[in-house]
Design a protein around this ligand. Structure first.
Ligand code: ZN
Length: 83
């Protein structure tokens, strides 16, 4: 009888460990996504066409001046490599 209980307990512990590992992975993945979204929603990557400097501005910020040369910068786009 006690042997059966031990198997049942073992199965329960095994299942709990498995579920907690999956939950942990899920939480970590959500954190990673949140970080990415936060970065994209709070700031914009800008590139200066004059000197080529790439910098971040906050979305609320109206001025898009380059901190290096004062030129108006445009949004930075990741160059397509065509791979
Ligand atoms: Zn510049």
């Amino acid at each position: 009888m006690s042997f059966m209980v031990n198997i049942a307990n073992g199965m329960l512990i095994y299942t709990l460990v498995l579920i907690s590992i999956l939950a942990l992975l899920y939480i970590l993945e959500r954190f990673r996504q949140n970080n990415r979204e936060w970065e994209l929603s709070r700031s914009q990557l800008m590139v200066c066409k004059k000197c080529g400097r790439v910098f971040l501005i906050k979305r609320q910020e109206r001025s898009r001046q380059c901190p290096e040369c004062g030129n108006i910068a445009s949004r930075f786009r990741i160059p397509r490599t065509g791979v």
